[in-house]
Design a protein around this ligand. Sequence first.
Ligand code: FES
Ligand code: FES
Length: 214
Amino acid sequence: MTQKIALNLDINGGQYAVAVEARVTLLDALRDHLNLTGTKKGCDQGQCGACTVHVDGKRVLACLTLAAQAEGRAITTIEGLKSEDGGLHPMQAAFVEHDAFQCGYCTPGQIMSAVACVEEGHAGSKAEIREYMAGNLCRCGAYPHIVEAVRQVAEAYLLQLAAYRLAVSHIFAQQPVRAAILWTDGPRIMEIPGDMLDAAQQRLWQLDPANLDA
Ligand code: FES
Ligand code: FES
């Protein structure tokens, strides 16, 4: 009889106990042992991105990760993605709005990758989105719609950050507004395109300073 190891996995904020052989991948543990089948198995060899999940906030391929490697780390699957009010995550809503799927098999992996792509700061243009989403294949060819969905969420994210930075700059430092064009995002320095900055400025003037959480 093959020996099993007992694991406690932190998935979507909950604790899951599972006994699996040491060779079992995170993908198989999720799907076959924990009934979390939202994460899909495509190639099972790191080629398609269908199995993408987040581990400690970074995207990983669950088919190339052993379940044992993920113990003690925060795992997020498509089932754990949601907005602050418990509804669809903005990326999920954008995929629906832009019709960014046909059969839907690649979609959970696309969405998990897209969320990470935006948070990494790798969604500054359509070309950049295509480059950083290149590991997620779609056999239905929904790529143009996927890029549109990611771009929409990325713009909203950047706009939110820009408005916030502008507000902080304006209220606390009285710096010229243009000083907020640049900000550091992790290891990168990003630039907000001029039209987005203008939109952020307009948004800023609509903000109630009392609601700013500085
Ligand atoms: S199933 Fe993991 S990359 Fe294809
Ligand atoms: S929507 Fe069918 S594989 Fe992408």
